[in-house]
Design a protein around this ligand. Structure first.
Ligand SMILES: [Zn+2]
Ligand SMILES: [Zn+2]
Length: 352
């Protein structure tokens, strides 16, 4: 089958002919019709994360070795199943979004339903072959989430960008009608965050982005307050208008956004970092105590959260974000556009 793989880090993705997956045991196979293109694909293509201070986290050291068939926002038709896969005949041929953030399945954390936090991850499109291909192997049908009634291009994006935003928002505990939520960065995931936050009932949402087009988008999507964090007076203005941010979610995750986000918080505020732009910050430890801040990371989300999110979408409560399809054969141009930051919303590879 035709696949698109990273054969060497830092090089364009190449078209390869790979053996089509033959499901064994409980495994199932989906024929891929949509696969979202994610910022983390750029890091996989590069082969590292920037840890700041000149340090890098090598993906090869973490068991990610080429050829890597990327693509973790996989949507497709269920076309094959192993002999032990609990799948009824009428389920075959239906369209599902695939939960990609798999773990070992047996450890304490996996048993608790948080496979995305397993110490030995086995994520689709990262550690095992993903959706930049004609077909994708999934170890068990429980990872398939029914998306009947949802536009398939949009539905694909919920597996990462939607889920990541949803899971970060689930970690926020503030009074949704009175206290301020700040979204840092309105890329694909940040935009999902804004739409899902509205669906969850947040009424005071501020957005910070350095790009005027993204600030316009935030305002058009109903953000209550929009700022350019590079403006000298932005921090003071934000604090004056909000009385301090109760929770900030950083969808960029670079030094500038982290410093800005943490500075905006009121006492006992929470800063949640999601983005993997990279870098580091130094901070005053006594102020962390005196301001009683919570700083935490949030990595994608779990299967239960994906099901919850898809339910919310099916109820019509999450406004669709802009998505654009690109033929799968043009995967490199999609990756290049994302790298250049020239994308409003999400690019999704399509095979029909
Ligand atoms: Zn992703
Ligand atoms: Zn595990």
């Amino acid at each position: 089958m035709r696949s698109y793989a990273v054969q060497m880090f830092c090089q364009p993705v190449v078209e390869m002919d790979m053996a089509a997956p033959a499901p064994k045991g409980t495994e199932v196979v989906v024929e891929v019709t949509r696969c979202g293109v994610c910022h983390s694909d750029l890091h996989i293509q590069d082969g590292y994360y920037d840890l700041g201070g000149g340090k890098r986290l090598s993906l090869a050291d973490r068991g990610v070795t080429p050829p890597v068939v990327m693509g973790h926002e996989v949507l497709g038709r269920l076309v094959a199943k192993g002999p032990d896969a609990p799948v009824s005949d009428d389920t075959m041929g239906k369209t599902f979004v695939v939960y990609p953030w798999l773990g070992c399945g047996t450890c304490e954390i996996c048993q608790r339903g948080e496979e995305n936090l397993c110490a030995t991850p086995s994520s689709i499109g990262v550690h095992r072959a993903g959706g930049y291909a004609e077909r994708c192997l999934v170890p068990h049908p429980r990872y398939l989430v029914d998306v009947t009634g949802i536009d398939p291009t949009l539905a694909a994006t919920y597996a990462c960008s939607g889920l990541t935003a949803f899971s970060a928002l689930k970690k926020v505990q503030i009074a949704k009608d009175r206290e301020w939520l700040l979204i840092l960065g309105l890329g694909g995931v940040g935009l999902s965050g804004l739409e899902i936050a509205k669906a969850l009932g947040y009424q005071k949402i501020a957005v910070a982005d350095i790009d005027p087009a993204k600030r316009d988008l935030a305002a058009a999507c109903g953000a209550s307050l929009v700022v350019d964090p590079r403006d000298a007076g932005a921090l003071a203005a934000l604090q004056a208008k909000t009385g301090g941010i109760a929770a900030a979610i950083d969808f960029v995750g670079g030094r500038a956004t982290a410093e800005f986000g943490i500075a905006t918080l009121r006492k006992a505020g929470t800063y949640i970092i999601v983005g993997l732009f990279g870098g580091d910050v130094s901070m005053s430890l006594p102020l962390l105590v005196l301001r009683a801040l919570t700083l935490r990371g949030s990595y994608v989300g779990n299967l239960g959260e994906l099901r919850e999110l898809i339910d919310l979408v099916k109820q019509g409560r999450v406004k669709p974000m802009p998505v654009e399809t690109v033929p799968m054969a043009k995967v490199n141009s999609a990756l290049d556009r994302l790298r250049a930051g020239h994308v409003n919303g999400r690019l999704v590879l399509a095979r029909d």
